[in-house]
Design a binder for this molecule. Structure first.
Ligand code: ADP
Ligand code: MG
Length: 621
C-alpha cells in the first residue's frame, strides 16, 4: 500500500453526546459562549473596519411566549462559506482563522478575541430543541444565510432574509430547560459571566402581546419602547493602569463587584505582562464578626470573560479568604481540574500572586507600621492561615507577624523575646480570653511580663505551629497564663514547708488523686494557690473540641502550686489536719480555678454553699 497522510475525521453522531455531557459542567455557560461569539464578531469588525464598529452591541432577547432566546449582534456576520467552515465543522475555530487573515503578529496576542477551540457554539444544544442562525456578512456583496439544526448533527442551510450586517442566533428552548426563559435567570447568568466583557451587552424582555385589541398605531409605539438593560462594564477597573485609579474607584469597584456595603481595608492591584498576562485586584475585607469565619471570593476571568469562582489550583487556598478579581488572558475558558493541577503555567501564576500579597504586607509593615497595626485585627487570621498553609508565604511573613498585648500594644515575636527573654527565656505567655483570665494575667503584667492576646479560633492551631515552625532551635514554647509558673517565683527566702503533708491535704480536700502538688515561693504573697494546667494536654483537647472530636480527649493534667510565701499556706501547713483545714483547702483550690475560668454548674453551687459556711464561721469570731 502507498503511504498516505490525512486528517482523522470526526463523526458528529459520536462527538455531540460527548460535548453535551462532558465538556461543560454547568449548562448555563451556553449563554457565555453565544454572547462571547457575538462580542468576538464585534471585535473582529473593529479590527477589520474600525469606524463601522462604533456603537455595536450584543442584545439578548428573552421571549417567553415564543419560548425563544435570541442573541443579536451587529458584528462581522458570516458568508455562506464561513458558515460552512466555522459552524458546520465542529472544532474548527473561525476565531483562529480570522486572526490568521486579519491580524498582524503582535495583534494576535492582544486581540481580545475570546474563542479558541471552535466548540463553544454547540453548547446551545444542551438547552435547545432547535437552533437558527440568521446572518449577513460585512463583506461587500455578501448574501444573507439561514442555518438551522435540531440536534447539532444534521442541519439545513439556505439563503436568508437578514437585511442588516450581523448575526441573530435563535434558540428554541426545550421544555425541560424552560428556566432559561425567565428574565431573572438569564440576567443572573449574564451578570455572572459577562459582567466585564469588552463589548456592550443588553438584556431585553419581549412582553407577551396583549390580548385586548389595540389600534395599529399603539402597537407600533409599544415596540419602540423596548427597554434595554445594560449588563456589563466594558472597562473594569482591574484592566486599567493602576496609576489611573483613585481610592474611590477601588472602593466603588469592590462594592459593585461583591455587593458589599463595607469598604475594604486595602487592596493590591496586579498588573503583569510578562512572563504571563495577569491583571486583577485583591481586596482585604473587614472581618464581619469577631469569631465568625471569613468568607472570601476570588473570581477568575480570562480576557474579561468569567471562568469560575475560587479555583483553588490557580489561587492558593488561603487567598480565598480575600475578595478579588483575577484575569489571566491566556487561561482557557473550559479546563479540567486535572489539567490545572499539573500545569506549570498555572503554578507560576499561583506563586506570583502569593509573592505579591506578601510583598504588599511586608512593605506596609516596614513603611507604615501604624496602619499595619490598625489593620492587624482584621488581617491576622488570614496571615496566620496563610503561613500555616504555604511555607513560602510563611518565610516572607514571619518577621511581620504581630502579637497584640493585653495593654493594646503590638509586638513582633522578635520584639517580645527581646523584651521578656531574660525573665522568661524561650517562652511567650498568652491569654485566650483577657476578660475571664484577668486575675491570672495580672500576675504577669504586674511583674512587667507581657501577655499576648491569642483569642481567635485559628490561634489554637497557630500556637502549635509557632512552636515548631517559627523557632529554628525549636525552643520556643507558648504558655497560657494558667500554664506557666516558673517566671512567677521569687528568689526571696521563704519558710520551709512540709510538701508531703500539704499534698495529702489537697488530695483529700479535692478528692482527686491525679493532681500533682508543689510548694513554691511565688513573687506575690497575696496568691495562696495557683492551678497550673498542662499546656499541651489542654491545647490538644481544645483542638478536639474545635473539630468536634471530643471522644479522643485526654484527661486534663493539673498541678496545684501552693505559695510558701502566703500566710494562709503557712498557717495551713502548721495546723493539724481537721475539718476546717480541709474546708479551707477546698475553698482555696476553687478560688485558684476561678481566677482562670468560671466554675461549672455543680462546682459553682458547691462553692457558693461553702463560701456561706465560711462567712458564717467568720461572723462567729
Ligand atoms: P470559537 O468561538 O472558539 O471559535 P465557537 O464554536 O464558539 O468557537 O464558534 C465557532 C465559530 O463560529 C466562531 O469562531 C465564528 O467564526 C463563528 N461564529 C459563531 N457565532 C458568531 C457570530 N455571532 N458572528 C459571527 N461569527 C460567529
Ligand atoms: Mg466561541
Amino acid at each position: 500500500m502507498n503511504p498516505i497522510t490525512g486528517s482523522v475525521s470526526i463523526d458528529a453522531q459520536n462527538i455531540m453526546p460527548i460535548i453535551k455531557k462532558w465538556l461543560y459542567s454547568d449548562k448555563d455557560i451556553f449563554i457565555r459562549e453565544v454572547v462571547s461569539n457575538g462580542c468576538d464578531a464585534i471585535t473582529k469588525l473593529r479590527m477589520a473596519d474600525f469606524s463601522r464598529a462604533a456603537g455595536c452591541s450584543v442584545r439578548v432577547q428573552v421571549d417567553k411566549a415564543a419560548k425563544e432566546l435570541r442573541f443579536i449582534d451587529d458584528g462581522v456576520g458570516m458568508t455562506d462559506e464561513e458558515v460552512k467552515t466555522n459552524i458546520n465543522q465542529v472544532a474548527f475555530s473561525g476565531a483562529k482563522s480570522f486572526l490568521e487573515e486579519y491580524a498582524k503578529d503582535e495583534d494576535k496576542e492582544n486581540s481580545g478575541i475570546i474563542g479558541h477551540f471552535g466548540l463553544g457554539f454547540y453548547s446551545v444544544f444542551m438547552i435547545a430543541d432547535r437552533v437558527e442562525i440568521d446572518t449577513l456578512s460585512f463583506r461587500d456583496g455578501a448574501t444573507p444565510v439561514h442555518w438551522e439544526s435540531e440536534d447539532g448533527m444534521t442541519f439545513t442551510m439556505s439563503e436568508g432574509t437578514r437585511a442588516t450586517r450581523g448575526t441573530t442566533i435563535t434558540l428554541h428552548v426545550s421544555e425541560a430547560e424552560a428556566e432559561f426563559l425567565d428574565m431573572w435567570r438569564v440576567r443572573e447568568v449574564l451578570e455572572r459571566y459577562c459582567a466585564f466583557m469588552a463589548v456592550p451587552i443588553y438584556l431585553e424582555e419581549i412582553k407577551e402581546e396583549e390580548a385586548t385589541v389595540t389600534g395599529e398605531g399603539e402597537e407600533a409605539e409599544k415596540k419602540e419602547e423596548a427597554i434595554l438593560e445594560p449588563i456589563n462594564n466594558t472597562q473594569p477597573l482591574y484592566a486599567r493602569a493602576p496609576q489611573e485609579c483613585t481610592e474611590e474607584d477601588y472602593k466603588k469597584f469592590y462594592r459593585d463587584t461583591f455587593h458589599e456595603f463595607d469598604d475594604p481595608l486595602f487592596w493590591i492591584h496586579l498588573n503583569v505582562d510578562y512572563p504571563f498576562k495577569l491583571k486583577g485586584i485583591l481586596y482585604f475585607p473587614k472581618l464581619k464578626e469577631q469569631f465568625g469565619g471569613i468568607e472570601g471570593q476570588i473570581k477568575l476571568y480570562s480576557g474579561q470573560v468569567f471562568v469560575a469562582d475560587n479555583i483553588k489550583e490557580v489561587i492558593p487556598e488561603f487567598l480565598m479568604l480575600l475578595k478579588g478579581v483575577i484575569d489571566c488572558a491566556d487561561f482557557p475558558l473550559n479546563v479540567s481540574r486535572s489539567f490545572l493541577q499539573n500545569d506549570g503555567y498555572v503554578r507560576r501564576i499561583s506563586t506570583h500572586i502569593t509573592k505579591k500579597v506578601a510583598d504588599k504586607l511586608t512593605g506596609m509593615f516596614k513603611t507604615e507600621r501604624e496602619s499595619y497595626e490598625g489593620f492587624w485585627p482584621d488581617i491576622h487570621p488570614f496571615i496566620k492561615y496563610g503561613m500555616m498553609r504555604e511555607e513560602k508565604f510563611a518565610e516572607r511573613m514571619k518577621d511581620c507577624l504581630l502579637f497584640k498585648l493585653t495593654d493594646g500594644k503590638f509586638v513582633t515575636l522578635g520584639e517580645y523575646r527581646e523584651k521578656n527573654g531574660e525573665r522568661i527565656p524561650d517562652k511567650m505567655v498568652y491569654t485566650s480570653d483577657a476578660a475571664r483570665q484577668d486575675a491570672a494575667i495580672r500576675l504577669f503584667t504586674e511583674r512587667g511580663i507581657d501577655v499576648a492576646v491569642l483569642d481567635q479560633v485559628i490561634d489554637v492551631n497557630f500556637a502549635s505551629y509557632m512552636e515548631y515552625a517559627l523557632d529554628p532551635e525549636h525552643k520556643l514554647r507558648l504558655c497560657r497564663v494558667d500554664a506557666e509558673v516558673d517566671s512567677l517565683t521569687s528568689s526571696e527566702e521563704a519558710p520551709a514547708i512540709d510538701e508531703n503533708k500539704l499534698a495529702a491535704l489537697v488530695l483529700e480536700a479535692t478528692g482527686k488523686s491525679d493532681l500533682t502538688v508543689q510548694v513554691k515561693a511565688l513573687a506575690s504573697d497575696a496568691v495562696p494557690v495557683m492551678l497550673i494546667e498542662d499546656e499541651q494536654v489542654r491545647r490538644f483537647n481544645d483542638m478536639g473540641r474545635l473539630y468536634g472530636r471530643t471522644e479522643y480527649a485526654m484527661p486534663a493534667k493539673y498541678n496545684v502550686v501552693l505559695n510558701s510565701r502566703s500566710k494562709t499556706i503557712q498557717k495551713l501547713a502548721e495546723r493539724e489536719k481537721d475539718e476546717r483545714s480541709v474546708l479551707l483547702t477546698r475553698q482555696l483550690v476553687d478560688l485558684a480555678e476561678l481566677s482562670r475560668q468560671p466554675l461549672e454548674a455543680e462546682a459553682m453551687t458547691e462553692f457558693i454553699r461553702r463560701s456561706m459556711e465560711i462567712v458564717a464561721m467568720a461572723a462567729e469570731l
